[in-house]
Design a binder for this molecule. Sequence first.
Ligand code: FES
Ligand code: FES
Length: 243
Amino acid sequence: MTTIEQARGPLAAGSGEPVDLSGDQARAERVAAARRRHRQWVNLAIRVVSLAIALTRRVARAEPAVARPRPATAIAPGDAVKLRVNGRELSLDLEPRVALLDALREYAGITGPKKGCDHGQCGACTVQVNGRRILSCLTFAVMQQGKDITTIEGLAASAGASGDALHPMQQAFIDHDGFQCGYCTSGQIMSAAAMVREPWGQTDDDVREAMSGNICRCGAYPGIVAAIQAVRKGPTADQGARR
Ligand code: FES
Ligand code: FES
């Protein structure tokens, strides 16, 4: 039978045999190695910080950088942002971070574009810039300087209508019940009026796909598709498409 002393083996106190320290030595070496690595990391960190400080001082002593020309869309504090909206020149005192939608609604009083989601999900804010539909909540006003911005208020005039005459797409939305509450409607019409100039297929599904960025909570989609198809097919077909 193995006694306790036998089980403790060479480490047993008073056994009289040489003590086997291999386990302790290995542990001690591991600790020493860890300390060496730690010291190396500390030294490296000190060198990196010293280098960064030296570089910072050198940059601070360097000659001031040559001023670069500002991009055309940049504005400095105090500059006015100049927008051409519905053919009218506007000069607005805006911060560069103001979205086109907010510039139109809050600064210029043009409230046709609606704020639905304010992050590019609903299409209620759609306007046209140089004839192409864009989401005005996703672009800075300052980026649209020098371009032709059209909102629902100026859509008819942009197509040559005068007085109270409507744009054909506006009339088609009325004729085909393309709205209920109307909140999405200005965005729908602005989007649709641009979409008919884009190379989409002729089917209703093509129209749904092309207009998928414009959400209607009232679900007026059948009327919207009918209105757009009526405009695409022209006045004769428009008559045939009426209910
Ligand atoms: S408000 Fe611009 S996409 Fe919804
Ligand atoms: S008509 Fe109400 S959300 Fe489209």
